[in-house]
Ligand binder design. Structure first.
Ligand code: 4AD
Ligand code: MG
Length: 433
């Protein structure tokens, strides 16, 4: 008899197997007990028929408590009524770890209660599905950039720089010096691009943002590719192929999980069709004005969530909004060749209300211009000498972007809130558990 995982049930129909499981729920009558089981690979049902098992086994089955861990031995059958498609007819149960008064019961709980029990809540079905999709997105990311000839170059977490502005920095001490938790690995990836051509980083980033929204985390993970000898147009092509690749791989490898989440596959399928529309910031402003829904919208201001939602819904697809006003973008972006009020950049806005999932730009190659911008941004020039060196020694046109992993996962899974897209979310008022 083999010990298997639930997910492999299809290969063991009518065979006797052993599986290590936890009990998620239970229903029983005088003659039969239905045990809802999970093992981290899938969820399915175990059936215990009184007339087929020993008296002790049936009694044990009826007394099992939620989240008890155990080995079950039995025969796999098809179960066409369930989403998973298989069940196990149990002959024997061996309890491994008992569980009394598991706090998360099948009844409804409030969000705060569930967040306080995140370490247990992760066992639940929707959370399982989201984490599996997160894993697939990470796997497909490495695969995509590997196929495209990028190397992964890790950026530091402790830094002395503030690429995305000084207001959202997490300050810490570095012996007798000041340091910050990384807001972005970008500046280091620029050094990487000059050394190795095409690089990407994937790591945690930190923003002390006082925003309490469905889209903001204090700690989130970012994928940041940076490409030498590349202008913005070519970077946009990589970005859309990358997103389409992620969507396609989730469709191909996470069908069971999409089913658990009730995510419409046809909607996702549409997002694999390229190219994505491209509009300028100016055109976006015109669209918002014409809609009549944003009477106060003014050129020069950043978009909020309602504006981003409107724009992406208008196209019913992810949309690139290009060339934002210089005044609302970071110091490193390349200025427009014929206009001094906008920069060569783009944000990719996801449809269905999920907003900006990618921010990217072509980078300025002009050390004098950059020096000026660094000072203007209130940054200490000495901290950026190394960055300016990249322009002094064999500078080339280069572009890059950052995908917010959790924003992307929230969108792909159709979850309401970004806290669902990361195992242990760090939010404005939460660092437990
Ligand atoms: O637009 P951002 O700030 O761009 C950068 O950090 C660039 N240095 C990236 C680059 O060009 N290498 O952030 C990039 C993405 C956003 O589009 C968004 O998806 C995500 O990171 N993001 C957040 N996700 C969750 N919580 C937050 N507080 C986020 N802030 C940004
Ligand atoms: Mg941005």
């Amino acid at each position: 008899m083999e010990t298997i995982s639930i997910i492999d049930s299809k290969d063991y129909v009518d065979q006797k197997v052993k599986i290590g499981v936890w009990l998620t729920n239970k229903r029983s009558s005088g003659k039969i007990a239905f045990l809802q089981l999970r093992d981290g690979t899938a969820y399915f049902q175990g059936v215990v028929v009184k007339s087929n098992v020993s008296e002790e086994t049936f009694k044990l089955a009826k007394e099992l408590k939620q989240e008890t861990s155990m080995y079950v031995v039995g025969t796999i059958h098809e179960d066409t009524r369930s989403h998973f498609g298989y069940e196990i007819e149990i002959e024997d149960i061996e309890v491994v770890g008992k569980s009394e008064n598991y706090p998360i019961t099948p009844k409804e709980h409030g969000t705060d209660f569930l967040m306080d029990h995140r370490h247990l809540w992760l066992r639940s079905k929707r959370q399982f599905a989201v984490m599996k999709i997160r894993n697939e997105v990470i796997r497909a990311t490495y695969e995509f950039f590997n196929k495209e000839g990028f190397i992964k170059l890790d950026a530091p977490i402790l830094t002395g720089s503030a690429p995305e502005g000084t207001t959202e920095l997490f300050h810490t001490e570095y012996f007798d010096k000041d340091a910050y938790l990384s807001q972005s690995g970008q500046l280091y990836e620029e050094a990487g691009a000059m050394a190795y051509g095409k690089v990407f980083s994937f790591g945690p980033t930190f923003r002390a943002e006082k925003s309490k929204t469905r889209r903001h985390l204090i700690e989130f993970w970012m994928i940041e590719p940076e490409m030498a000898f590349m202008h913005q147009e070519e970077s946009l092509e990589i970005q859309e192929r990358y997103i389409a690749y992620l969507v396609q791989n989730v469709l191909d490898h996470c069908d069971y999980e999409l089913g658990i989440l009730g995510r419409d596959r046809d909607v996702l399928k549409r997002y694999t069709e390229l190219p994505y529309p491209r509009i300028s910031y100016d055109e976006a402003i015109d669209l918002l004005k014409e809609s009549g829904e944003f009477p106060d919208v003014k050129w020069g201001e950043d978009f909020g969530s309602p504006e981003e939602t409107y724009l992406a819904e208008h196209f019913n697809k992810p949309v690139f909004v290009m060339n934002y006003p210089k005044a609302i973008k970071p110091f490193y972006m390349k200025p427009h060749p014929t206009r001094d009020d906008v920069v060569i950049c783009a944000d990719l806005l996801a449809p269905e209300g999920y907003g900006e999932i990618i921010g990217g730009s072509e980078r300025s190659t002009d050390p004098e211009y950059l020096e000026e911008q660094i000072v203007k941004a209130g940054l200490n020039k000495d901290d950026y000498e190394w960055y300016l060196d990249l322009r002094r020694y064999g500078s080339v046109p280069h572009s890059g972007f950052g995908l917010g992993l959790e924003r992307c996962i929230t969108w792909l899974t159709g979850e309401d809130h970004i806290r669902e897209a990361i195992p242990f979310p760090r939010l404005l008022n939460r660092i437990y558990p």
